[in-house]
Design a protein around this ligand. Sequence first.
Ligand code: FEO
Length: 374
Amino acid sequence: MPAVQVAPNVYWVGAIDPGVRDFHGYKTPIGTTYNAYLIMDEKITLLDSVRHGFSDQLFANIAEIVDPAKIDVIVCNHGEPDHAGSLAEVVARCPKAPVYCSPNAKKTLTSYFGADSWDLHVVKTGDTLSLGKYTLHFLLTPLVHWPDSMMSYLPELKLLFSNDGFGQHIATEERFADVVGYDCIFDRSRDYYANIIMPLGQPVKTTLAEAAKLDVEIIAPMHGTIWREREGIAGIVSRYDDWANYRTKPELAVIAYDTMWHSTEAMAEKLAEDLRTQGKQGSVFSLRKSHISQVVAAAMEARTIYIGSATLNRGMMPQVAALLCYMKGLGFKGRDGLAFGSYGWSGEAPALVDAALKDMGFQTGDPVRAQYRP
Ligand code: FEO
């Protein structure tokens, strides 16, 4: 994928990874991109690098614009390996360039990548760096997505480099959300938010409040496509506001289950049918066929979550336990829940699921059990 102009003198020079299917446990069925950006100004500036193993794409893209050795400034907005994994190679190829980063990123880079000998320049919110015509402004955004995360902003172009924020895991040759289509990109943004950003509602709200003070016409995240139209920017910011505030839709429900001999499955299908007759939408997921990361993406906006498990060895089915563990970590809030399941003789699973839902703060109804066949 060649370099792509994002704005005057600003280029996407990142890498596309269509093959990645697992992002620390989050299934990524259509891959991702690792976005890096090059600003051609009096000080030639590279914002971020790419995952280890993808530096050939990065350097080839930079070389279309300029010799990488001529880069004057490197900015590291985030030290997670999907963005900083090639930074050591970049530092080696750009020997005169200092690396600007947050105080926490200095710790990350030093601990993770042995950056003690790098020329690290620590910045904080409000600090600026003149590049010539353009001036970079730095905004620390801790916990969106790691404590070290920050965003960078070019006021002359009204361009926000938003780090993990507003990103999507999608491997596409297209660089702009409006070209791929908003229906697709909003859905991929939802999947990404649910699986990565969801536990971080308060830091996201803080970041949205700070970003609202900026005049933004382009949002360039470090994954997926770039937002450059009013419709797209308004749409994704509005969705982030909903998601950060854990708003849900009463008409949406998710039904996730694992079954032994199809009885719990039959209960799940009857639930979905009953919801339809009430004018609600119940999305059904067999945990044998759907990964838990798909389930939580669908569940993020659902008011009610039904979880079914057959009883296996006096406990719940293992995939149901995995879903509940994952949901607890993601911090689902303010939901209604119901446990259900079939059993042969002991039947503990629905009560165990109910206890797990209550532990997450769900309002639950009495668990529903059916012996052998519902
Ligand atoms: Fe895309 Fe938190 O790294």
